[in-house]
Design a protein around this ligand. Structure first.
Ligand code: OGA
Ligand code: ZN
Ligand code: ZN
Length: 443
């Protein structure tokens, strides 16, 4: 019987097995599973197997997307027959006799723990010495010319959280081409890009020659921009050097040294806010974001936009709680300032530093306000970077001239195929005119 609401399953497949015999068929009188029906097969729960059936009735052969909803499958689905040969596992289900054929090689891969590429286990946490004197760097012309360079650069950006592109044209708006060559520009109230230079009446420290302590940008947004780019057009005569810190590493050091402070920062939502004449933004999230297993997944840290701590719930000792929060906040800030954690370098004209804004904190030293230092920045997102990298890797696995594989059960079952729409860095968006910078903009 077809699953309710779905196309007829396995209609074109030859019968895979004899199916349940009369003696093991469903009991019409009780509705109970027949004797011998199993809650699992091959180490997978019956419900798991049924939900992941690759037949043309359950999964669209073209896109690989599931055609059925979880409520379409019987609540108490069981396996009445499971036959394994060298390559396949053939399963027949009770109560509807639905049949599935699973590649055993595919099944084997599903036993590996699910990986969250954003959480700390998928990253390489670093201190400055691990980077060998500066951020990993590539030449922008090489990035444009070579898929292998793009793959190496983006893999590093995902793993280490930073990538420096050199020889980016010293032209206003070029930062947008870099972002578009990696993913998608995230437009904000500051425009598609923003200028960082000394202003006559600065609305923000970024637009003075003052030093800026390690911070993540725009923590007052939810979702936060997950990638930041800063492109140097002109440099200061002296000073204005850049620093980057791995916030995941810093938070891990705090967890080891002061688990209570770490736990407090992970459990205390705090509000970051920004307002100017045309924008009013705020987000309330913990400074240290964890996944359900307690792995670090996100850092939000910005002295400038942090709002006063307020009690999360009713009653309690607010004075003691506030004192504990500020002590923990201070403890994290102290770790972030450890010299051995910060990779320092100087952005030269044509350099564009790209970093994971959910992980890497950026800073700069002070410089003479009379100087001509000029950066342009913009935001993008890690999901786009990750997608561009995945498509590059897909391309690298294929012989030249072959079309990209349509996802099938053996490849990426939960991704719709859209190989033709993959980002092509060489066709990166032509930088459009720089949006008139908001005088009050505070990156
Ligand atoms: C920024 C910022 C650093 C710099 O604009 O977000 O932190 O080097 N700038 O000027
Ligand atoms: Zn099916
Ligand atoms: Zn910043």
């Amino acid at each position: 019987m077809p699953i309710a609401g779905s196309p007829s399953p396995v209609s074109t497949d030859p019968p895979l097995s004899t199916g349940p015999s009369a003696s093991t068929g469903p009991s019409a009188s009780t509705g109970l599973p027949p004797a011998g029906a199993a809650a699992q097969a091959g180490g997978f729960a019956a419900a798991w197997l049924r939900a992941n059936c690759p037949c043309a009735g359950c999964r669209d052969p073209g896109s690989g997307q599931r055609l059925v909803s979880i409520t379409d499958q019987p609540a108490d689905v069981r396996v009445t027959e499971a036959v394994a040969d060298r390559d396949d596992l053939r399963v027949t289900f009770w109560p509807d006799g639905h049949q599935s054929v699973f590649r055993r090689s595919w099944l084997a891969r599903q036993s590996a723990p699910a990986a969250d590429e954003r959480a700390q286990d998928a990253r390489r946490l670093w201190v400055a010495a691990d980077l060998g004197g500066g951020p990993p760097a590539w030449a922008w012309p090489d990035y444009l010319a070579s898929a292998a360079v793009r793959e190496d650069c983006l893999a590093t950006l995902m793993r280490d959280g930073i990538a420096l592109l050199r020889a980016v044209p010293r032209e206003p708006g070029a930062v947008l081409a870099v972002a578009a060559g990696m993913g998608y520009v995230r437009e904000t109230n500051y425009g598609r890009l923003f200028d960082v230079r000394v202003e006559a009446t600065p609305a923000n420290l970024a637009f003075t020659g003052l030093p800026i302590a390690p911070h993540t940008d725009n923590p007052y947004r939810d979702p936060v921009p997950t990638v930041q780019l800063l492109h140097c057009l002109e440099t200061a005569v002296a000073g204005g050097d850049s620093g980057l810190v791995d916030g995941f590493r810093a938070a891990e050091l705090l967890r080891a040294a002061d688990p209570d402070a770490f736990g407090l920062l992970a459990a205390t939502p705090v509000t970051f806010a920004y307002a100017d004449a045309t924008a009013s933004l705020q987000a309330t999230r913990p400074m240290i974001g964890l996944d359900p297993a307690g792995r670090i997944r996100e850092i939000r840290f910005n002295d400038r936009s942090l709002q006063p701590w307020r009690p999360a719930g009713p009653a309690g000792d607010a004075v003691a709680a506030a004192a504990a929060f500020y002590a923990a906040y201070r403890a994290l800030a102290q770790v972030l300032l450890r010299p051995e954690l910060m990779v320092t370098f100087r952005l030269e004209p044509g350099d564009c530093i790209v970093f994971d804004n959910t992980r890497i904190l950026h800073a700069r030293t002070g410089f003479a306000a009379s100087g001509r230092r000029h950066l342009q920045g913009c935001y993008a997102d890690l999901d786009g970077v990750s997608s561009t990298l995945a498509v590059l890797r897909r391309g690298a696995r294929q012989p030249p001239g072959q079309p990209a594989a349509v996802p099938d059960q053996a490849a990426v079952p939960d991704q719709a195929a859209a190989p033709d729409q993959a980002a092509v860095p060489d066709q990166a968006a032509v930088p459009d005119q720089a949006a008139a910078p908001d005088q009050e903009a505070m990156p």
